[in-house]
Design a protein around this ligand. Sequence first.
Ligand SMILES: [Zn+2]
Length: 135
Amino acid sequence: MKLIRSRKNRKGFTLIELLIVILVLAILMAVALPLYLAAVSDSQVKTCRANMQTISNAEAAYKTQNAAHVYTTTMADLNPNLGSTPVCPSAGAYSVVISTGVETAESGAAVPAGGLIISCSATGHGKFAPGIDAQ
Ligand SMILES: [Zn+2]
């Protein structure tokens, strides 16, 4: 019976080999994770912007249908045109402001009096002024 097996005949991995595999995986995770999180955050901002556009469209429909032909700042008034109330993917709350002429759009441009500004309370989601901010 052979007591000492040669290195060639051993099965399994050495500790060094396992540590190298773990190190390579850690390096890959360190590169991939920030990119993944940035992509998730970016998609949430874009979804939120699309929701603000939807609210803007519902405001336009409300203004057309309403006898006084004015925008509303009450989100519940938009429900007949929205179908279902848009939900921010980052759990932000939407609010609508009708400009008095001093408010600015996301781009920094002034919003004329009577213009719409739809904003989200979630960090980094900002606001959207239809016709002023890019679609
Ligand atoms: Zn949002």
